[in-house]
Design a protein around this ligand. Structure first.
Ligand code: ADP
Ligand code: MG
Length: 286
């Protein structure tokens, strides 16, 4: 069981007039290999939560276990935890700094004091995992790449550490629709190929609905839901109340049902297409 969070509380600027409870008694478990979408309105505590999962922030109270290891116990090496849990920050391309793509992606593995061959292997493999061709990009300056490509290089740098858990904080922020779809498809492929646990932070239901196994919904520092997209989208009213929509296609299906069409909930356009065609056919046959 890779991630277990127990009664996690995080208070920024505790005991000052600016005190703010960003995480309010959060508990949940994420199973090995799960693909989780972490969603919530701006300020709901998403970034605060994920920075606890690799020890970057310390809990005000509560515990975090990765592979049954209490990551904040004195005996735990945070270096080991950070190798297991790779965190891609928002706008990760701002952290690219080497002259070449190769050097940037190799930075982490070199720090691990791996052999030159192993570093090379890892750089090649992780660029491949984000859909970039090693020979084409290795000698380029990261700054000469497109926005989407820069971001992929930054993600490759984290993958080169071979994490068991990959956390991405709003990886589509600021990208155009094409860049956004590319990144999301790469992440989906990555989950399929590598079977690692992925936590994808987003404020867009549309983005994550079709991708993830489970959605973790945060609201004002608390967990509102942790369930499959299908079950979470049944709570459309609550989601709207906390500033999150459901995907447009779920709304459409609900409207059709209100009008008397016998149609089940759908979470993707493809699914809805089939369901609507079936209903129309069924009506004609009747
Ligand atoms: P999200 O990622 O969901 O937008 P955050 O975790 O960034 O939310 O923020 C949760 C709350 O904590 C917000 O109200 C935010 O203003 C506050 N907050 C975040 N970082 C800090 C900080 N370093 N100091 C004080 N307050 C913070
Ligand atoms: Mg955030």
């Amino acid at each position: 069981m890779p991630i277990k969070v127990e009664n996690l509380v995080h208070i920024y600027m505790k005991d000052t007039v600016f005190q703010h409870i960003a995480l309010d008694n959060v508990s949940f478990t994420i199973e090995d290999g799960d693909f989780i979408g972490l969603i919530g309105h701006t300020g709901s505590g998403k970034s605060t939560l994920i920075q606890h999962l690799n020890g970057l922030l310390k809990p005000t109270s509560g515990k975090i276990y990765i592979d049954d290891i209490d990551i904040n116990s004195k005996e735990t090496s945070l270096k080991v935890i950070r190798q297991k849990v790779g965190l891609v920050f928002q706008y990760p391309e701002h952290q690219l700094f080497e002259e070449t793509v190769y050097k940037d992606v190799a930075f982490g593995p070199i720090n691990l004091k791996l052999s030159e061959d192993e570093v090379l292997e890892r750089v090649k493999a992780s660029l491949g995992l984000v859909g970039l061709k090693y020979d084409e990009v290795k000698d380029k300056s990261p700054f000469d790449l497109s926005g989407g490509q820069k971001r992929r290089v930054a993600i490759a740098g984290v993958l080169a550490m071979k994490p068991k858990v990959l956390i991405l904080d709003e990886p589509t922020a600021g990208l155009d629709p094409r860049g956004r779809d590319e990144i999301l498809n790469q992440i989906k492929l990555l989950h399929k190929k590598e079977k690692i646990t992925i936590i994808l932070v987003s404020h867009s239901m549309e983005d994550i609905a079709k991708l993830v196994d489970k959605i973790l919904v945060m609201n004002k520092g608390k967990i509102q839901f942790l369930d499959t997209p299908r079950k979470v989208f049944k709570e459309a009213e609550t989601l709207e109340r906390i500033g999150l929509g459901v995907p447009q296609v779920s709304n459409l299906i609900r409207e059709l049902r209100k009008k008397g069409f016998p149609i089940e909930d759908c979470i993707s356009v493809e699914e809805a297409k089939t369901a609507i065609i079936n209903v129309i056919r069924g009506k004609k046959d009747a």
